[in-house]
Design a binder for this molecule. Structure first.
Ligand SMILES: Nc1nc2c([nH]c(=O)n2[C@H]2C[C@H](O)[C@@H](COP(=O)(O)OP(=O)(O)OP(=O)(O)O)O2)c(=O)[nH]1
Length: 135
């Protein structure tokens, strides 16, 4: 049976833009865009896990909020449950420690990137959110 991993990811919004992170060629599932985050450890809450991962990956502090999207994707090697939480920057500016690149994009431009397959439904929901707000 494939390994199942529970992953939290941050939808960080600032001035109408969303923070997107490019996985490097050294990472698993390389060269695709994602929301920064990582695996939830045993006994950790989703929020605590995400705040820890962002400190490690982006060297800044966030306050993790509620669940925005929850989707399970089956990759070749593992099954990933990707739980996206809305988050706010509270200290520092995101600086890539492991990622190839960081990019702030307006929601309507998110579809221009090539996303990790598990992220596609959350990206579509964000684009939809923008359309609803504008209608
Ligand atoms: N952080 C994050 N991971 C994601 C997203 N979408 C997605 O499929 N993933 C996958 C990639 C990884 O296999 C796993 C997250 O684990 P991780 O962030 O600790 O990544 P990692 O490169 O250290 O993983 P690994 O090498 O230890 O397998 O979830 C996303 O939006 N954010």
């Amino acid at each position: 049976m494939k390994k199942k991993v529970k992953v939290v990811a941050a939808v960080i919004e600032q001035e109408g833009k969303v923070l997107c992170a490019l996985r490097s060629s050294q990472m698993s599932i390389p060269n695709v865009w994602e929301f920064p985050g990582g695996k939830v450890e045993e006994g950790e809450s989703l929020q605590t896990a995400l705040e820890r991962e962002i400190e490690e990956e982006l060297a800044c502090s966030i306050k993790a909020g509620s669940i925005f999207h929850d989707h399970t994707h089956e990759y070749e090697a593992a099954v990933v449950q990707l739980i996206a939480l809305k988050a706010k920057l509270i200290e520092g500016a995101p600086a890539a420690q492991e990622h190839e690149e960081l990019l702030w994009l307006p929601k309507e431009s998110l579809a221009s990137l090539v996303w990790a397959p598990a992220d596609v439904p959350a990206v579509e929901a964000l684009i939809e959110e923008k359309k609803v707000l504008n209608s």
